[in-house]
Design a protein around this ligand. Structure first.
Ligand code: ZN
Length: 174
């Protein structure tokens, strides 16, 4: 397993609609493992393949982050929301591609998601609370959508400018 670099917004690769996975090759299984390792290392609770510049419909997540909680990793190929509640939930969201930036986003409080697991089995599960927010945030990445796209244009522009500055600084140091 290895830790891979995460793209920082703005980047055209974060705005692309990702391609469906038709065959879960050994390479894609390794990618899912690398993504989990990269996510835990960051640390984060979710990561989508486009954040590594790869146009695959693959996300990983683990929201069991309370101290002493046992890891509960998910790797989902071709995930899709098949049902969402009318109830909404407001959560403060962040993103590994938009470091140190948080904002409240309103989303369905509960969702049912269908996906293919790394061994090729079809799965379906209901997610609530932080898990529901996280899985919707990650699936958005597969559509080229970021959580700041839910914010007002002015707020979004401010964040984008902050990230451009951050990227310039990082390039200077590197
Ligand atoms: Zn994100």
């Amino acid at each position: 397993m290895s830790i891979r670099p995460i793209l920082i917004h703005p980047d055209p690769r974060l705005k692309k609609v990702a391609d469906p996975v038709s065959d879960i090759s050994d390479e894609l299984q390794r990618l899912a493992e690398d993504m989990l390792e990269t996510m835990y290392d960051a640390p984060g609770i979710g990561l989508a393949a486009p954040q590594l510049g790869l146009s695959h419909r693959l996300i990983v997540m683990d929201c069991a982050k309370d101290e002493g909680a046992r890891p509960n990793p998910y790797a989902m190929f071709n995930p899709e929301v098949v049902w969402e509640s009318d109830d909404r939930n407001i959560h403060e969201e962040g993103c590994l591609s938009i470091p140190e930036t948080y904002a409240e986003v309103t989303r369905p409080a509960e969702v049912i998601v269908r996906w293919i697991d790394p061994s090729g089995d079809a799965k379906e599960d209901r997610f609530t609370g932080l898990w529901a927010t996280c899985v919707q945030h990650e699936i958005d990445h597969l559509e080229g959508k970021l959580f700041i796209d839910y914010l007002k244009p002015l707020k979004r522009q401010l964040i984008t400018r902050k990230m451009q500055k951050l990227k310039r600084e990082r390039t200077r140091i590197a």
